[in-house]
Ligand binder design. Sequence first.
Ligand code: 6GU
Length: 234
Amino acid sequence: MEIDVFTLFPDAFGWFETQRHVRNALAAGHRLAYVNYRDTTTLSGHVVDDTPFGGGVGMVMRVDVVDWALRARYGVDPVTLGGPRPDGGARRVIALTPGGRILDDQLVEELANTPELTLLCGRYEGFDERILDHYCTDRVSIGRYVLAGGELAAMVLADAVLRKLPGALGHEESVIEESYSAALDGAPEYPHYTRPAEFRGWTVPDILLSGHHANIRAWRLDQSRLRGGQAASE
Ligand code: 6GU
C-alpha cells in the first residue's frame, strides 16, 4: 500500500514514523510519502491560501494550489485520480475535514484494503469546496470537534490503517479480535489484566487464572457484549 500525505507541515510526521508498527509496515514494502503544497505553488511568495469570498475570518486552501500539487505528483489531471484505471489500480483521495464521515473501524478496514491513498491536509479555515467536489473521493473527520489542521487527523487515519496491514504488529490475532472489530460484533474489547495478580488488594478475575481456554473465551465475549457496542444494543 502507498500513502501520500499532502501537507504544509511534513515535519509534523517525524514522530509518527518512529512508531514500531509504522516502521514495520514500511519495512514490509508499504510506502508513506509527503508532498508539500508549498513546493509546487507558482503564486508569488509561495502562497497556498487566500481569504474567503463573501468575507469571514481565516484563510482557505486554494483550489489551483491543490491542483498543481496533485498534478506534479501523479502526472495526470487530478480529476481522474479517484476514478477507474486501465491498470486496475484504485486510489482514494481523502480530504481531512471536520465535517466529513467519521472515521471508524469499518472505514479503516475499507481504506486498509485500498492500494493507494492520498490524504489532503488543509490548514486555516479549510478547503475551497471545489477541491472536495472535484478531486476527492472521500471527506473524513476524526470526531465532532475542530483541530487547527488536518495533520493530526491524517496521522490518526494512517496509524489505524497501517496497523491493519499484515506484519505491522508482531501478533496477527491482535488485529482480528480487537475493539470495534467484526470479530467482536463491533463491540469494545474485553478487559485485560497482567501481573501482579493482586495489587493493593485489587485482584484479577479468577477465570483468567484458571487455564480453561474455552471458558476464558466465553467470558471475554460476554464482557465485550456487556461493554456495549452494536452487539449489546441489538
Ligand atoms: Cl479531519 N480536520 C480538522 N481540521 N479538524 C478535525 C478533523 C479533521 N476531524 C475532527 N476535527
